[in-house]
Design a protein around this ligand. Structure first.
Ligand code: LMR
Length: 396
């Protein structure tokens, strides 16, 4: 049976992890996988996470099952973090959350729910979008199409073209939007643009599917959620997939959630019962540990304060690196690319590079990035910023 299977190439993002580790060069730079790194290139366990983890372990009385929805305290606290406690979707009880194994698990649950409705919607994703959106959504049986999003020359959002496309979509289709820190481009919608998108979604009766995986790493915890909050306050129905991988640094613990918003509390409850059944049929229930840590942090004022301070420090460090790299690129004469990078937000920017140029950077300069030119800003080494800029400029 298995003799029919040919070995596959590595995942375009995760494959870089092993390639970078195997590179024996003394001067090498890892701008690949989207994980936060400190000045030594490490991805540390946050202090608030460590403290919460110890408290969770000390207090834990049982490891019995929780059920497919996972930790309900986590679900409630994370809903509050993303939408705010006074959000109309929350007070009207039209939104409910289900813990999921990471943002990926949440995206897949939402995709399976869309398939379960029988409505057969096409899902429209930004061009470009995160390379795992395709597999996560289409493996559930959904058809994907792209809407115009990024102008590689100016490094900004092609907003008019995006809006024109959304305005031409058939009612009932789904539009996937990045809540903040667009992956892979770093080019985000302004609040005014979110408003215009929300209006089109309502007029065209389109269903937004917001993916928010970097809350707190763009402009701040509240500012980064404004788009998602606005959408949830404007449209009758939405899905929101949330990841705690980056902002809590819980990557390998696989912590995330899917929020389901419908027109009534009863409809939301019915929809969530389907999500529970879907989860039961794939992995039964999500792993507990990471969600218990997040719930501990968010239910404790001091831990929340500590976590917010650490998150702010991560964001500020990335802004500093972003600006340093932009300034270094400007010194090489690449003013337009430099300006675009300075204006983008979050963990990523996308350099206007051909895949072969990314290969040259890896092979010749030991600089690792995905072949679409995406760079993880947190991976920039402050001491090598001029070397990085000159190497990049040589292939731009
Ligand atoms: C990334 O985009 O690099 C991260 O979200 C890691 C992943 O799973 O791809």
């Amino acid at each position: 049976m298995f003799e029919n299977l040919q070995a596959l190439p590595e995942d375009p993002i995760l494959g870089l992890l092993a390639a970078f580790r195997a590179d024996t060069a003394t001067r090498k730079i890892d701008l690949g996988v989207g994980v936060y790194k400190d000045e030594r290139g490490n991805t540390p366990v946050l202090k608030a996470v460590r403290a919460a983890e110890q408290a969770v372990l000390a207090d834990q009385q049982t490891k019995t099952y929780l059920g497919p929805a996972g930790n309900e305290q986590f679900n409630a606290l994370m809903t509050e973090l993303v939408l705010g406690s006074k959000h109309t979707a929350v007070t009207s009880r039209r939104v409910r959350a289900m813990q999921a194994p990471g943002g990926c698990g949440a995206l897949r649950l939402g995709a399976e729910l869309l398939v379960t409705t029988g409505a057969k919607p096409t899902v429209h994703v930004s061009d470009p979008t995160w390379s795992n959106h395709g597999p996560l959504l289409s493996n559930a049986g959904l058809v994907l199409e792209k809407y115009p999003y990024f102008d590689a020359r100016t490094g900004t959002v092609r907003f008019d073209a995006m809006l024109e496309r959304l305005n031409a979509l058939p009612a009932g289709d789904v539009v996937l939007l990045h809540g903040c820190c667009h992956n892979p481009t770093g080019a985000d919608l302004s609040l005014d643009q979110w408003r215009k998108v929300a209006d089109v979604l309502v007029q065209r009766r389109l269903v937004p599917y917001v993916d928010i995986a970097y809350q707190g790493l763009g402009e701040g915890i509240e500012a980064d959620a404004e788009g998602a909050r606005l959408i949830a306050a404007t449209v009758p129905e939405a899905l929101i997939a949330v990841s705690c991988s980056k902002n809590f640094g819980l990557y390998r613990e696989r912590v995330g959630l899917l929020m389901v918003l419908t027109q009534s509390e009863a409809q939301t409850n019915a929809s969530v019962s389907h999500v529970r059944k879907i989860a039961r049929g794939i992995y039964s229930m999500p792993p507990d540990h990471g969600a218990a840590i997040v719930a501990r942090i968010l239910s404790d004022t001091k831990l929340t304060e500590d976590w917010r301070a650490e998150l702010n420090a991560m964001r500020e460090r990335m802004m500093k690196l972003r600006n340093a790299f932009s300034a270094a690129l400007a010194r090489t004469g690449k003013a337009e690319v430099a300006a675009a990078i300075a204006n983008q937000r979050g963990m990523f920017s996308m350099l206007p590079l051909k895949p072969e140029a990314a290969d040259t950077l890896r092979e010749k300069h030991h600089i690792y990035m995905t072949r679409d030119g995406r760079i993880n800003i947190a991976g920039i080494d402050q001491d090598l910023v001029d070397f990085l800029a000159e190497s990049v400029a040589s292939v731009l």
